[in-house]
Design a binder for this molecule. Structure first.
Ligand SMILES: Nc1ncnc2c1ncn2[C@@H]1O[C@H](COP(=O)(O)OP(=O)(O)O)[C@@H](O)[C@H]1O
Ligand SMILES: [Mg+2]
Length: 329
């Protein structure tokens, strides 16, 4: 299949989301359909009220800025700051791009959970025609930053303190029919007041939900992060809850051991090398939790017979037995 790779980073080695548009969206064709934009960079004030202050982070698709809400400021709000997500310059040129950002809005807006990022709104700046989201401003470390500081992985109590809210957020999303589609360490933050799962930019509603939402057609537009993508996604299947389970299991294994379960390879490469046969329980993970995590890491979707709620249950603190209470443990 002839594809255009928008992400300049080498796919296998990268933690960035890989975007591929099939030949029908070749850049020359797309260029003709460019969304009219004011020449130059992002305006200083978007939507007449959000003053961009600084860049907080970039991902495969978007750029997130800290912005000051001038309206709230005018009414005396001492903390008028928001995170503002817009498409990166390259990506904003594609005609589907605003729909992608809107889809992220519509999916995230369905979710109300203490560990899912809080969304304020979706707007389009009239002058520049730039679409953007406003979100709660998070301060803290993303899990990829945490992993680079802790290459040996985390002890069980700390791992559990991350796994439980993360799986709780994912299982809440799945219960409401929202698939995340791009679970990886850089899309989870340990914020000052707790963990947040964010970036539903590649998410999808389950079949039948939000029928009016423009659906991204996967054979025209595929996107994934190679080392967290389930095998069936790489083989062209539609996004499903088990694919999110595979991705979150890779993240949890990495947090427990400091290492990706399959040497940072894609599921396709790892399966060809039979790396699942040599997968071992990370030393910091209780043996009782391993069967659940190992099942979630299965390459074959049929064998990955555990859902996010069951995985959450496996990581949840267990009531102490009478013996443990007696021994004071
Ligand atoms: N609400 C937020 N508050 C603070 N920083 C954020 C927020 N959302 C995202 N970021 C930062 O911006 C980066 C990119 O955001 P993300 O939504 O993942 O964009 P992309 O869709 O391009 O991957 C994140 O990894 C994080 O560092
Ligand atoms: Mg991201």
């Amino acid at each position: 299949m002839s594809e255009t790779l928008l992400d300049p980073a080498p796919a296998a080695a990268s933690d960035l989301t890989y975007f591929a548009l099939a030949a029908t969206a070749a850049p020359s064709q797309v260029a003709a359909e460019r969304i009219p934009r004011a020449p130059g960079e992002l305006p200083e004030v978007l939507g007449g009220r959000y003053k961009i202050e600084r860049l907080l982070g970039v991902g495969g698709m978007g750029a997130v800025y800290r912005a000051r809400d001038l309206l709230r400021e005018q009414f005396g709000d001492p903390e008028p700051y928001v995170a503002l997500k817009t498409l990166s310059d390259d990506f904003a040129e594609y005609p589907d791009a605003n729909a992608l950002l809107y889809s992220e809005f519509a999916l995230t807006a369905r979710l109300t959970h203490p560990h899912v990022v809080r969304l304020f709104g979706f707007e389009v700046d009239v002058a520049s025609q730039r679409a953007f989201l406003t979100l709660e401003l998070l301060k803290g470390l993303t899990l990829d930053q945490l992993l680079s500081e802790r290459p040996e992985g985390l002890p069980w109590a700390e791992l559990q303190g991350i796994a439980v809210p993360l799986l709780d957020a994912l299982s809440h999303s799945h219960q409401l029919g929202v698939l995340h589609g791009d679970l990886k360490p850089s899309n989870v933050m340990l914020a000052e007041d707790g963990l947040r799962l964010f970036d539903y930019g590649l998410g999808q509603p389950v079949e039948g939900l939000l029928p009016g939402l423009p659906r991204l057609c996967r054979n025209r537009f595929s996107a994934w992060t190679p080392r967290y993508a389930a095998l069936e996604l790489l083989d062209g299947a539609a996004l499903s809850a088990p694919a999110d389970v595979y991705a979150v299991a890779c993240v949890l294994y990495e947090l427990a051991s400091g290492r990706h379960p399959f040497r940072r390879l894609s599921a396709k490469q790892a399966k060809a090398m039979q790396l699942d046969k040599v997968l071992q329980c990370p030393t910091q993970l209780p043996a009782a939790v391993w069967p659940a995590l190992r099942t979630a890491l299965a390459f074959d979707e049929q064998a990955r017979c555990i859902d996010s709620a069951e995985l959450l249950q496996a990581f949840q603190p267990r009531p102490r037995t009478r013996w443990q209470r007696w021994l004071g443990r």
